[in-house]
Design a protein around this ligand. Sequence first.
Ligand SMILES: Cc1cc2nc3c(=O)[nH]c(=O)nc-3n(C[C@H](O)[C@H](O)[C@H](O)COP(=O)(O)OP(=O)(O)OC[C@H]3O[C@@H](n4cnc5c(N)ncnc54)[C@H](O)[C@@H]3O)c2cc1C
Ligand code: SF4
Ligand code: SF4
Ligand code: SF4
Length: 470
Amino acid sequence: MIERTKEKESLILDRHIDIARDGFAALEKVTTFCCSGCGLCSSICHLGSIAFDEVKKRPVLTGECNKCGCCYLACPRTFLPLTKIEKTYFGGNGSEEEKRLGILSDLFLARSLTEKIYWEGTPGGTTTALVHYLMDKGYVEASLLTRNKHADVKFCMHPEPYIASTPEEVFASAHSKFEISPVLAHLGGLSRYKSTLFVGTPCHIMAFRKLQIIKKDEMFRTRMKRLSQIAEKLTAPVTYVLSINCFLNHTDMDKAYEWLKVQEKDIARFNENVTKELAHEALEDGKDWRWFIKSSVVTTDGQVKDYDILQLGVLLLYSGCLVCNNMIVSRHADANIGFFGAETGLKEFGWNTVSIMNPSLKKVIDQMVADKKLARKPILRNHGRTLRKAIEVLMRGLMPSKDFMGVSNYLQTGEWHYPESIKKIKGPRRGTYILGLELLYLAQTFRKKMFYDGTIKALRKAGAYRTTVY
Ligand SMILES: Cc1cc2nc3c(=O)[nH]c(=O)nc-3n(C[C@H](O)[C@H](O)[C@H](O)COP(=O)(O)OP(=O)(O)OC[C@H]3O[C@@H](n4cnc5c(N)ncnc54)[C@H](O)[C@@H]3O)c2cc1C
Ligand code: SF4
Ligand code: SF4
Ligand code: SF4
């Protein structure tokens, strides 16, 4: 990260304002590798000329471009004023917990106590329960969420962003869809309301926080007047931004179904996305959390297909996820909800790990618990801490920013071929003794070492486009 001073920031902005004069053509340099698929640029274009390609998961120009440069300047993958974002929105630079999770008002495990939500949620339905409660109690009027594109398919992995304007409409958002969802392409639709929220992955949160900074900060307001006005309008109705964990996301899931020879309508499990019936059956059979993170597809007629996660990656890897510096959780959301860290050992499934950064949401959660809408229990801490730290030291020694994902090859050929060394990396073993929060921390370090560091190094080496983070 570049050290931030006013002069340096001004120089960075000079450079990007200059590049932005090419309009959408400038943005295309970002989308070649670094786009996160957040959809924000589509909301920014005042001519309505940017659409989102649902297969490639990239923005495309569909109309006139007058080269105003706003889409390029708003994009979180052009330049990212991370220091300002951290200072303003729950960043955290102090303790290990703050660095990894944010400045916390609360951290706990939870699950919905509304049966309809719990049985649909991945895994505990806490996100859906929280959004439903916030709408039902009038904290917000509308919510920007992601539902199944194919409403009749239970395990539909094709995301469709939509705006829920009644609490009942929130139910459709439950369960994770493993494709990029351009949530922020629908931000403009919230301007009809006074108070709203959106749920996204950490990159959506980062994009939104950049937009808020562009609206708020004096230097941006002076130097990017038009964009600052657009940012004002788009951010005004949003009261809460909620994040779900995200390790990696995918492009076109249909390619995976073709490869696995399964039909989406027949699926009862895709990785951790498991029907509750199947999950409870597995627990009764003595399976533990390792079963739940296994790369496997189970169909409704009981067929089990374990698959090679690397091969799936070759088919579906989204390059923008490799330059994601969020490390699974969002430290900048009002609340972040995942499942890593909720594995309390053996006999329990269906809980979420919840970190609350906005103190006003902590009060809402307390009320939900009192109203019996949410079950809450402490997260398991310090379970295998010494071992986790020792593994991290080893990782730092053995994985010095190596290009594990074969980025340099991808830049030359446009295809993913991972180096042989990646196949030697093994997942958690039966005797693993790292659980709860320590497991989440280990996953974060693993993600950074394996995906992020090597990618950034390879892009730098090839002189390819990289986000300016300062
Ligand atoms: C691609 C992807 C990768 C993930 N990887 C991890 C991981 O490695 N570790 C981990 O702990 N958790 C991961 N999660 C998060 C996890 O699957 C759950 O979404 C999270 O724990 C919330 O659970 P819940 O039961 O509260 O959600 P639910 O109550 O089921 O609600 C799901 C919420 O997620 C939103 N949503 C669903 N799909 C998408 C999407 N594609 N993009 C944006 N929003 C979406 C919906 O709007 C809804 O609000 C991932 C999620 C996704 C979509
Ligand atoms: S926002 Fe401006 S530069 Fe970008 S596509 Fe629209 S008109 Fe062109
Ligand atoms: S990262 Fe978001 S704003 Fe940037 S090009 Fe991709 S979709 Fe558009
Ligand atoms: S890995 Fe990062 S960039 Fe990719 S979808 Fe998840 S949060 Fe967004």
